[in-house]
Design a protein around this ligand. Sequence first.
Ligand SMILES: [Zn+2]
Length: 66
Amino acid sequence: MRKKADLPSKTCASCGRPMVWRKAWEKVWHEVKYCSDACRKGKAGRSAAPRSDQAAPTALASLPKV
Ligand SMILES: [Zn+2]
């Protein structure tokens, strides 16, 4: 039996936030460098985009959609 705590993790190369392994990244985990599309595009969100709600990091995608 494996614990969920065994999931690997890495740090976003753009914003530096920790990312935890996700099933969606199963086959590309070694390629994953950024936590979100915004980071992948080089926009770490530090520019204080007022519409940050639309640029939700991938890490929040697991939250239930209302
Ligand atoms: Zn990031």
